[in-house]
Design a protein around this ligand. Structure first.
Ligand code: ZN
Length: 196
């Protein structure tokens, strides 16, 4: 529903933009992301992951355009999750989530973020991951005064409170697709602006 509203806001009335099929749960674990992060290891890992995904996508129904694998973690045992990944190549995402009801609204924010990666959207936050980049990582960069921002840009990841601090959005209701993200996923042409 959130995605449909965002697409409509960009004047793009697709009838059913996304259809979601839930696959049966998997026992198999995906290959571990290389912690040293060198290019060759990461490349090898992404090939390995695509092969793993090909072997394990038993979802019923038509062949999917995008596959997201969700890894639920017990919040009692792990307090910080490793970063999720969404790969444009192979239209594949590996999404790490906390398995608790309290986290379900925030889980949808992470899911939407990684899903948009698979459609070609880029991250729009500072390298330390703690603050969205201005202006692209802001949902409403033209807002006067700039703060408080009312929404988080979905690929900026966080809702900016002032120039230096920001917080994690509680749910998709606090997030928007910004102009650059909309261009990257093909919602708008380079010169068109959405109506607010
Ligand atoms: Zn990201």
């Amino acid at each position: 529903i959130w995605l449909e509203e965002e697409i409509r806001r960009y004047n793009n009335p697709l009838l059913r933009p996304v259809s979601i099929q839930l696959a049966p749960p998997l026992e198999a674990q995906p290959p571990e992301f290389p912690s040293d992060g060198n290019m060759l290891a990461t490349l090898w890992w992404s090939l390995h992951l695509r092969y793993w995904a090909w072997r394990h996508d038993a979802a019923p129904g038509p062949r999917p355009d995008v596959r997201l694998f969700l890894l639920y973690h017990d919040p009692q045992q792990i307090s910080v999750l490793e970063h999720s990944v969404g790969l444009d190549k192979g239209k594949l995402g590996l999404v790490k989530l906390f398995a608790s009801r309290a986290d379900s609204a925030r889980n949808l924010v992470i899911l939407a973020h990684e899903f948009l990666h698979t459609l070609g959207a880029s991250d729009k936050y500072a390298p330390d991951g703690l603050h969205p980049r201005f202006p692209d990582g802001y949902a409403e960069p033209a807002l006067e005064p700039r703060y408080p921002q009312r929404f988080a840009e979905i690929m900026g990841g966080r809702l900016p409170l002032n120039d230096a601090s920001s917080r994690i959005p509680e749910s998709l209701n606090e997030t928007l697709i910004g102009d650059l993200t909309a261009q990257e996923i093909g919602l708008i042409g380079l010169n068109k602006h959405p109506k607010r």
